[in-house]
Design a protein around this ligand. Structure first.
Ligand SMILES: C[S@@+](CC[C@H](N)C(=O)[O-])C[C@H]1O[C@@H](n2cnc3c(N)ncnc32)[C@H](O)[C@@H]1O
Ligand code: SF4
Length: 430
């Protein structure tokens, strides 16, 4: 733990040139910032689930139809605020996440989407997260009729005893059928979320699950190791930390098994954890350059500022009913922080172009990060470096992500854990 903390502080200093980062309870100036962008992504958070999984770090509460109705009206008010500020700027990506967005399929999601399409210049498909128990033939038809082109399904495990240990309310037989119905429904992309490195999981179970994921005919698999966030039920009872040496090597070996199976089936790596069939538009929520987040806990990133809505659903509704923005925390980003953030997400995507960095920051990439690329090359972390494009090797992808996790799990726990407890925190120091 001591080494974790030390490494984290040193890396933070090296990359951001700051010893600590503090999010504060102030509403940033949005008018000029929103006028300054050419296009942006939209994220909509639906914070409801029918049951709460013990490992889940996301902002959610148990679904109640009457709260969902008030939430619908509040989100519409938030859309009105942004639509006045943004005007006709094109929205080039739209992701609906949660929680479980399909809980609101028949209780407000259609109204919110209609309002979004009436209020913004939508130039993209809709990406939607779903729960396997919400995918009957009728629900799939309803999802398609909303204009959803990309559907993600929380499969999570493909052995009944692991599903049970994760408290998932379905069997392998049930989830395989649900995915089959979704695959036959004609979406542009169906993604299956899968969690590995579960307690007691064997390498042969991973092998078996990998083959089943391919046979189900999905276009993409996002395979995440089980992260133990300290503020979740699982995190509180976990005996081993995320950064223990044995779990780091076990995850690498399991991911290696999945890489082999997915590559043999023709999939390509599209992020640290995602594998996509060639030619399919990839399904990703987090790597859009600039975005506005709607809903409780929605986060927004506008070049030099990051800000976060209150996590508390009632406070979110109350703020909008009273004509106030629901923003709880914001962070002004220095140029070093923006560049470090850019590199963080490009490493997550496993590939990037030096010319994109130059275009975004007006600086030569190698002047800022050239020495790290030399080091990565010596360590065998690069698969390709043709002068402009850099592609990470599978090993580079994994080990750099282990480094990134030193920050992300700690930061997410700090930020989300505090925001969950206090609707309007005064300050969160990372
Ligand atoms: C919002 S959920 C997906 C939709 C729906 N709520 C469900 O559970 O089916 C997003 C995904 O994050 C992943 N996830 C959640 N908690 C995780 C954890 N502690 N470690 C790794 N992956 C996790 C799961 O794969 C999950 O499907
Ligand atoms: S994993 Fe999905 S269903 Fe479970 S609590 Fe999290 S968001 Fe809800």
């Amino acid at each position: 733990m001591w080494l974790d903390g030390f490494l984290r502080t040193q890396l933070k200093r090296l990359l951001t040139k700051q010893s600590h980062v503090a999010l504060e309870s102030k509403i940033p100036l949005l008018e000029s910032r929103l006028q300054d962008i050419d296009e942006f992504g939209l994220y909509l958070h639906i914070p409801f689930c029918r049951q709460i999984c013990p490992y889940c770090p996301y902002n959610k509460e148990i679904y109640h139809p009457e709260v969902a109705e008030r939430y619908t009206n509040a989100v519409k008010k938030e859309i009105d605020i942004y639509s006045k500020l943004i005007g006709n700027k094109p929205v080039t990506s739209f992701y609906i996440g949660g929680g479980t967005p399909t809980t609101m399929l028949y209780s407000g999601l259609d109204k919110i989407l209609r309002h979004i399409f009436e209020s913004f210049n939508m130039q993209c498909d809709i990406h939607l997260e779903s729960h396997p128990n919400d995918l009957t033939l009728d629900s799939l038809k309803a999802i398609s009729s909303l204009g959803v082109g990309h559907l993600s399904i929380g499969v999570e495990a493909l052995q009944d005893y692991h599903l049970k240990a994760l408290h998932r309310p379905y069997s392998v037989k049930h989830v395989v059928r649900a995915v089959g119905r979704a695959v036959s429904n004609g979406f542009k992309c169906v993604n299956a979320d899968f969690i590995f490195a579960l307690p007691g999981q064997t390498y042969s179970e991973i092998e078996q699950a990998g083959h089943t994921l391919v046979e189900m005919g999905v276009d993409q698999v996002a395979a995440y190791p089980l992260f133990k966030f300290p503020y979740t039920k699982l995190g509180r009872s976990a005996r081993e930390s995320n950064h223990s040496i044995s779990s780091i090597f076990k995850r690498r070996k399991m991911l290696g098994i999945l890489e082999r199976i997915f590559y043999a089936a023709g999939f390509e790596r599209t992020s640290v954890w995602a594998f996509t069939r060639p030619g399919v538009p990839r399904y990703c929520s987090v790597t859009v350059p600039l975005y506005v987040g709607l809903g409780a806990s929605g986060g927004s990133y506008l070049k030099d500022v990051f800000y976060l809505n209150t996590f508390n659903v009632r406070e979110y509704i109350k703020a909008l009913e009273n004509g106030r923005m629901p923003i709880a925390l914001s962070l002004d980003l220095t140029e070093n922080m923006q560049m470090a953030g850019w590199l963080y997400w490009r490493i997550y995507e496993t590939r990037f172009k030096r010319s994109d960095f130059q275009e975004r920051f007006g600086k030569e990439f190698d002047r800022v990060y050239g020495k790290y690329m030399t080091l990565f090359s010596l360590l065998g972390f690069l698969k390709k470096d043709d002068g402009d494009e850099i592609v990470l090797s599978d090993n580079g992808t994994y080990w750099l992500h282990v480094l990134q996790d030193l920050f992300s799990i700690e930061y997410i726990s700090q930020l989300w854990g505090t925001s969950k407890q206090e609707p309007w925190p005064e300050k969160v120091i990372l």
